[in-house]
Write a protein that binds this ligand. Structure first.
Ligand SMILES: NC(=O)c1ccc[n+]([C@@H]2O[C@H](COP(=O)([O-])OP(=O)(O)OC[C@H]3O[C@@H](n4cnc5c(N)ncnc54)[C@H](O)[C@@H]3O)[C@@H](O)[C@H]2O)c1
Length: 261
């Protein structure tokens, strides 16, 4: 019950990692505000909430500053404090064309949600944390922000940006006892990766998914939720500005084909 009497906002709570995180925060005592642009997804997450949990669901596009401002004002009116912000909403963009075929509009859309959306949420939440000299922000980055090969060019750049935003925001807010960290998931079965899993299963290749990770398997949303909740909790009270890979060891190794028996 690390989040008793704490108020947490989770973006992208309508699916996958955000859903698992919202549910874990609620099970550990938090009042949870779940924001997502999918109302259907939010309803589904809400249906799994513990019966005694305090939670509200709000449709939000994190790249819309007016919407972000309105949501944060509403949360402050209702709860009077925000202790935890999980910036998790994200889009992948689908296909992975080479840089020579990249479209400016695709970059703007993906950076707008994944990076600028995270910045907007921090911009409007952090002043309330600063005022109370207390708060924890966790951003969902990706192994794609560390190395190429786990997403398209704009997606990888957006996640590298999230890692750097984690560092710069941690420096801006550290003096106010507000911590900012990130997780970098490897391959996790969620809405975002559904096509990959569907393809692998229908072609008898499921055993290959995550096979290049040192743990030889893909991850579960609950395993990301555990790491996010650790970083959001007082258990991580001396950790800020860090990006933690939660990837089965994927980024620990070059894992070159032919180098291992
Ligand atoms: N699944 C993976 O393998 C993996 C790996 C690395 C990083 N990630 C990151 O994890 C985070 C969560 O993704 P997921 O895998 O759970 O995917 P998901 O598609 O299951 O969940 C993402 C959620 O974000 C919401 N969303 C998208 N754009 C939004 C916007 N503009 N405003 C508000 N909500 C929005 C979607 O509606 C969805 O509910 C993302 O940031 C993603 O980039 C996922």
């Amino acid at each position: 019950m690390r989040f008793t009497e704490r108020v947490a906002i989770v973006t992208g709570a309508g699916s996958g990692i955000g859903r698992a995180t919202a549910l874990r925060l609620a099970r550990e005592g938090a009042s949870v505000i779940m924001a997502d642009w999918s109302e259907e997804g939010l309803q589904e997450t809400a249906s799994h909430m513990p019966a005694d949990a305090t939670h509200i669901e709000r449709k939000l596009d994190v790249s819309d500053e007016d919407g972000v401002r309105t949501l944060i004002a509403e949360v402050m009116d209702q709860f009077g404090q925000i202790d935890v912000l999980v910036n998790n909403a994200g889009i992948s963009g689908g296909s992975y064309p080479p840089v020579t075929e990249n479209e400016k509009g695709d970059w703007e859309k993906i950076l707008g949600v994944n990076l600028i959306g995270a910045m907007l949420m921090i911009k409007h939440v952090a002043p309330h944390m600063q005022a109370r000299q207390q708060g924890a922000i966790v951003n969902t980055a990706s192994v794609a922000g560390i190395r190429s090969g786990a997403g398209g060019n704009p997606y990888s750049a957006s996640k590298a940006g999230v890692i750097n935003l984690t560092q710069t925001a941690a420096c801006d807010l550290g003096g106010f006892n507000v911590r900012v960290n990130a997780v970098c998931p490897g391959l996790v079965e969620t809405g975002m990766t559904k096509a990959v899993f569907d393809y692998a299963r229908s072609n008898d290749k499921e055993h290959k998914l995550g096979g290049r990770c040192e743990l030889r398997r893909y991850g579960k949303p609950e395993e990301l939720a555990a790491a996010i909740c650790f970083l959001a909790s007082d258990d991580a009270s001396y950790i800020t500005g860090q990006a933690l890979p939660v990837d089965g060891g994927n980024t620990a190794s070059l894992n070159l084909p032919g180098m291992k028996v």
